[in-house]
Design a protein around this ligand. Structure first.
Ligand code: AVJ
Length: 335
């Protein structure tokens, strides 16, 4: 944490979440290229906007994954021990997990998410629809170690990590996450992971540059959040959203592009942005916001092996099929 973030932490006692946000934003905006971590996009408003993204006609991942879980959820259920606790890493909408909850007998459900308000609202909805289910929400950054709730201590554990969020990590971060998930869940735990596979560029481009502009609003919201929570002075009309497909790195990159020369102040720091005139489209100053790695369309069992590369302590056990826009659900077993 830098000086300003710790000064802020003192000014607002015990607000560790805000000071981590402050420290990361100041550090990441000082980098070249500037960037912002995806995890900060999901405040209450960001989570709401992301839910709108999931039902956009262009956004295929949610629909694809739901259809895989609908078609193959029964098979997944057969490998899950009765009475296990289901731990979802990054729980947004409950649509996907409901498909597992309907088919398997779980002893408890632990949604883990950085956005506490959204999490509690979703937990209440689930309790209503599954009266027999014990729900233990944990408000935490799931990329760091966190403690599981006491009541599920004696239960078998099943991790759930859908949405191809694994693709948001750099490869070394993905291995670190899987290792950490294995430590949190413990030996013998299962892990069900959904990842997106590479597909034609048009489909990818459209999914992240939707015609209604919801993805743009979602990405611009992080600037508003910085203004609100960190006293920043971003002028939102000075930035535009653009997603590109980086073919060499097999990933979608979302950018906020400065429309003009401008400087922005956040917590006593000034960040300068250059204007966009250039011979090349991408030499503007860009804020790299979120990246989504796509995995090569290789047989799912190889995919599993490749994802875990031995170091995470998770081994691929079962592959659970692909949808029309290829994605894959894979179940892993911690060893
Ligand atoms: C939640 C990371 C899976 O990359 O598809 C989509 C996030 N942001 N459109 C994705 C997202 C804007 C989403 N993940």
């Amino acid at each position: 944490m830098n000086v300003h973030a710790s000064a802020l932490a003192k000014a607002h006692p015990v607000d560790e979440a805000i000071s981590a946000f402050a420290g990361d934003v100041i550090g990441d905006l000082a980098r070249h290229p500037k960037r912002l971590s995806p995890k900060y996009f999901y405040d209450a408003r960001g989570s709401e906007l992301f839910e709108q993204i999931t039902v956009l006609p262009e956004y295929y991942p949610t629909r694809t994954e739901l259809s895989i879980l609908r078609d193959r959820g029964g098979e997944i259920a057969t490998i899950i021990p009765h009475g296990a606790a289901l731990v979802e890493f990054g729980a947004g909408a409950t649509t996907k997990v409901r498909l597992l909850l309907e088919r398997c007998e779980f002893g408890g459900y632990v949604p883990v998410d950085i956005s506490g308000d959204f999490l509690n609202a979703q937990a209440d909805g689930l309790r209503k629809d599954f009266p027999g289910l014990d729900v233990y929400p944990v408000a935490a950054d799931f990329t760091a170690p966190f403690a599981l709730p006491e009541p599920i201590a004696g239960m078998a554990k099943v991790g759930f990590f859908p949405g191809s969020t694994l693709g948001n990590f750099e490869p070394h971060e993905a291995s670190a996450f899987l290792r950490s998930a294995r430590d949190i869940l413990g030996e013998g735990a299962q892990m069900v992971i959904g990842v997106d596979l590479e597909k034609d560029e048009r489909t990818l481009y459209d999914a992240y540059n939707d015609a209604a502009g919801v993805t743009a609003r979602f990405n611009l919201n992080v600037l508003e959040r910085i203004n609100r929570e960190l006293g920043g002075n971003f002028d939102l009309s000075g930035f535009l959203h653009r997603s590109i497909y980086n073919r060499d790195r097999h990933r979608i990159e979302m950018h906020l592009i400065s429309r003009k020369a401008q400087s922005v102040r956040v917590l006593g720091h000034t960040f300068s942005f250059r204007p966009g005139e250039s011979i090349h489209r991408f030499t503007r100053w860009r804020l790299r916001t979120e990246t989504g790695r796509r995995f090569r369309p290789i047989p799912p069992s190889h995919l599993g092996a490749r994802l875990v590369t031995g170091r995470s302590g998770l081994a691929a056990r079962h592959d659970r099929g692909r949808g029309r826009n290829p994605m894959v659900e894979d179940a892993f077993c911690a060893q």
